[in-house]
Write a protein that binds this ligand. Structure first.
Ligand code: ADP
Length: 372
């Protein structure tokens, strides 16, 4: 198949006119964030926030024009009002955000609920927890997908023992890869391997929309989104643009002490996504030789903070060699040693989350806003 490049895409989009000015969308500098990966194209069209409805036919025309180019497997165009949407932590007015969430979130009709697994910073075991929770949901009979949205270090395919690249079907939608009964798509599939990539806001949005809407997920009971760590604009955009039923925040005891996890809580609350609770990871160290327990990071911080902030505490997992080895080898503990104490902990947490997500009233009650 011929390959497609950004120049060809812009040349084609240059033939599409913005109706009110009759100038091309390229000339008006409305196009940005072009992402091309294996024939899958994503880009954003910058518009005035008030014109979203009016611009929908333009978005559609751009998408169609690109979709018909030789070498294109799928095309996704996203309308963005980037300037207004630079919803940095400082600008928030909750009413505005509630509104922008309502207007920007496109529902996913075949997916019953979407759960975000988030953390205030990297390296706390967020992906490990996401992988094990996904497997625990699947073990309970749910139809599960994992969307690896961690643009800084997409690790979900490796953790789930998945190799290869997704292929598109006749409908030009990508088929997720699957292992252990869990479907998986990763932002990593849109990135060149080993090439550090700087993600600009519109690119993140484009790639995320593509992963959500241009993938043949099939019917799912739950889609677990492994969020990028942190609470910056990329994370906030995701929290706003994905129809989340709820979020869980993974933290280490010292992470919560250092405010990061609490910032994560505040971020979800600002965009009215219910925080289902904190999970404390690397909570204490269990010596594999003598069974001795050492509380190296002042264990229990997340529980204490959960109580203070009126957020449920979902459970704790120790720093444990088996958790590390199994997740790094692509055989997470819930799958490889389901009877172990740690797998049982993941399983109990998953059941708790699942029952609360299904209980609509509970998750839709606006959370108490706390100022941190
Ligand atoms: P994050 O997604 O927060 O960046 P990862 O899930 O990638 O973190 O975990 C970082 C590293 O820590 C990985 O090597 C993982 O196997 C390891 N790890 C995560 N949780 C635990 C744990 N409870 N015990 C031991 N190692 C862990």
């Amino acid at each position: 198949m011929p390959s497609i490049n950004e120049k060809q895409i812009l040349r084609t989009l240059n033939t599409i006119k913005e109706p009110s000015s009759n100038k091309s969308v390229v000339e008006l500098q409305m196009i940005s964030g072009v992402v091309i990966k294996d024939g899958n194209v994503g880009f954003t069209i910058e518009i005035e926030p008030s014109k979203a409805q009016e611009m929908e036919p333009l978005r559609h025309a751009c998408e169609e024009a690109i979709r018909h180019l030789p070498g294109v497997i799928s095309a996704t165009a996203v309308l963005t009002a980037e300037r207004k949407a630079t919803t940095g932590a400082q600008t928030h007015n909750t009413a505005d955000n509630q509104q922008s969430r309502q207007t920007s979130v496109k529902e996913l009709p075949n997916i019953k609920s979407v759960l975000a697994v988030a953390s205030g910073k990297g390296g706390v075991g967020k992906s490990t927890v996401a992988a094990n929770l996904a497997l625990a949901f699947a073990a309970n009979g749910s139809r599960v997908g994992v969307l690896d949205a961690d643009i800084y270090g997409p690790s979900m395919p490796r953790m789930l023992g998945i190799a290869g690249r997704p292929q598109a079907g006749d409908d030009k939608k990508l088929r997720p890869l699957e292992n252990y009964g869990v479907k998986c798509m990763s932002m990593g599939f849109l990135m060149e391997e080993d090439t550090p990539m700087i993600w600009r806001g519109p690119m993140v949005q484009g790639a995320l929309e593509q992963m959500l809407h241009d993938v043949q997920w099939g019917e799912l009971d739950i889609l677990v989104v492994d969020m990028p760590p942190g609470t910056g604009d990329a994370q906030l955009t995701m929290a706003q643009r994905v129809p989340l039923a709820g979020a869980v925040i993974v933290s280490t005891p010292q992470d919560i002490a250092l405010l990061d996890a609490r910032k994560g809580l505040a971020m979800f609350q600002r965009v009215h996504v219910p925080v289902l609770g904190f999970i404390e990871n690397m909570s204490y160290f269990l010596c594999p030789h003598c069974g001795d327990r050492s509380e190296i990071f002042s264990h229990g911080g997340a529980k204490t903070w959960a109580e203070k902030l009126d957020v449920p505490f979902l459970g704790e997992l120790p720093l444990d060699i088996e958790i590390r080895e199994t997740s790094d080898q692509g055989t997470p503990i819930v799958m490889s040693n389901p009877d172990s104490a740690h797998a049982q902990t993941f399983s109990a947490i998953a059941k708790n989350i699942y029952s609360r997500i299904l209980n609509d009233e509970d998750t839709r009650t606006p959370p108490k806003i706390v100022t941190i």
